[in-house]
Design a protein around this ligand. Structure first.
Ligand SMILES: [Zn+2]
Ligand SMILES: [Zn+2]
Length: 469
């Protein structure tokens, strides 16, 4: 089955018939398809074409998009390696003694009280908020799974889910200009070793090098690949590189934030960060290392809260706890039924969702909108008869202002970053202009501001970019 017509008419084909993308692991979905990408056409190197290439690192299959060489200006720029440790709660480093991360923060900058994820504090919305500087309702990914009533009316595929390879690789779901597209547009090569959105063509661009998500790719091999990229000739060497590890999120969901298994996962990824730092140092390149997480984790209280036990959802389409009423009468009826139905959630007509959540102006958010008031697992419907109905031990997605457990982590050091700085909690959309500045790129418009983190930079965020000579 073709997984989609990709850039400039080159078709890639999934080796097995499946629409489920490996990101579905993050939903704890049992079946994960192993999808290898095989180009049908002979390798093409025309600008913009996607070509599968074996990597110097065994077991890694790189997808290459030819953009030509770095511009002379880009060649002079510094490098940013942006690492995501999924679900690494703001307090884990101290709580579990993640010495490599703490040392990184001490020699650079860190947020001892955490960084605010955007609402909802879910994986795809937040990775893509970090990449674009846009709140989920502006970047398009309002949840890990959602519907789009407008696309439905236009006869386009109207369901997005992180487990759906077709949707994940379809750039029409994504808004904004992610960092890798920004770099490519400005003559700078980029490479993504996993990042939500990196497998789609967005804002007319793809990363020069990227991988199809496969969480089974060996953790140390991922570092070897980053190093391999940094060892490329100056002309093709990517200046922006992303890297991703999911271990801490998996452990947090399965065992909870306080479990020894989660501690072990924290120490495991911390050791990987230590290894990465050593490897980056050995390249002798001016690399700014930025380590973040997308959100935190909290222990769930009580059983599932199932919305259709409070209100008849006939006529509604749903995705998780998102509710899509077909007409105003239905929306008003369900809002009235759910209003004050439980202390464990609040219900709003979408236009009335509190402004601080930035969750009131995108149809993909549904209407009415449910917001949990505590660590409660909420869904529209229960599972089909005979299907398991267990509540995850740990979960995230909640309002970070209401629940500090949702706060994420932030550590960074490098030639553009002052040593020994700490920053008060800040919203993750502010990373975008900050990273663009370190790379000497003109950032696209975003919800973030360089002012927030400018004080962490050697050039105080002034001038055309710290990395320009
Ligand atoms: Zn996550
Ligand atoms: Zn998670």
């Amino acid at each position: 089955m073709p997984c989609g017509k990709l850039n400039r008419g080159i078709r890639l084909r999934l080796s097995r018939v499946s629409r489920r993308n490996a990101w579905g692991w993050l939903l704890s979905i049992a079946v994960v398809a192993k999808c290898l990408l095989i180009p049908i056409a002979a390798a093409q190197t025309a600008t913009g074409a996607v070509e599968a290439r074996p990597s110097v690192v065994p077991a890694i299959q790189i997808l290459h998009t030819e953009h030509g060489t770095n511009s002379p200006q880009a060649m002079k720029a510094h490098y940013v390696v942006l690492v995501s440790l999924d679900g690494f709660r703001w307090d884990y480093a101290k709580k579990y003694g993640a010495l490599h991360l703490l040392a990184l923060g001490k020699q650079g900058v860190w947020a001892p009280d955490g960084m605010y994820p955007s609402y909802p504090s879910l994986t795809f919305p937040n990775h893509y908020a970090i990449a674009t500087g846009l709140y989920p309702e502006h970047n398009g990914l309002v949840a890990n799974s959602f519907l789009d009533p407008r696309r439905e009316a236009e006869g386009k595929p109207d369901k997005y889910s992180i487990g759906d390879a077709q949707a994940v690789t379809d750039g029409s779901w994504y808004s904004g200009t992610p960092l890798w597209s920004l770099a490519e547009k400005q003559g700078m090569r980029s490479a993504c070793l996993f990042w939500p959105g990196s497998e789609a063509e967005i804002a007319g661009e793809r990363p020069s090098e990227y991988l199809k998500f496969d969480d089974k790719v060996d953790e140390s091999a991922r570092i070897a690949q980053v190093v391999a990229w940094l060892k490329e000739p100056e002309s093709s060497r990517p200046h922006l590189i992303t890297l991703y590890y999911s271990d801490v999120d998996h452990a947090g969901h399965e065992f909870g934030p306080d479990a020894p298994e989660t501690r072990a996962a924290v120490l495991k990824v911390d050791a990987l960060v230590g290894k990465l730092r050593m490897a980056l140092k050995a390249t002798r390149l001016p690399v700014d290392l930025v380590v973040v997480s997308d959100h935190g984790m909290v222990k769930i209280e009580g059983p599932w809260i199932t919305l259709d036990t409070f209100a008849d959802l006939t006529g509604f389409e749903t995705a998780g706890s998102l509710l899509y009423g077909k007409n105003e009468e239905d929306r008003a009826r369900v809002y009235n039924k759910l209003n004050h139905a439980s202390e464990k959630f609040e219900v709003y007509r979408r236009k009335d969702v509190p402004a601080g959540l930035h969750y009131n102006e995108n149809e993909r958010e549904g209407d009415p909108v449910i917001v949990a008031t505590g660590p409660y697992a909420i869904r529209a419907h229960g599972p089909a008869a005979g299907k398991p109905d267990s509540v995850p031990v740990g979960q995230h997605g909640f309002d970070p202002a209401r629940m500090p457990e949702m706060k994420a982590s932030f550590f960074a050091m490098g030639p553009d970053i002052l040593a020994g700085k700490t920053v008060a909690p800040f919203e993750n959309v502010n990373l975008y202009p900050w990273i663009a500045h370190m790379l000497g790129l003109d950032a696209a418009r975003s919800d973030g501001s360089l002012n927030i983190l400018a004080g962490t930079l050697r050039d105080n965020g002034e001038g055309a970019g710290a990395s320009k000579e």
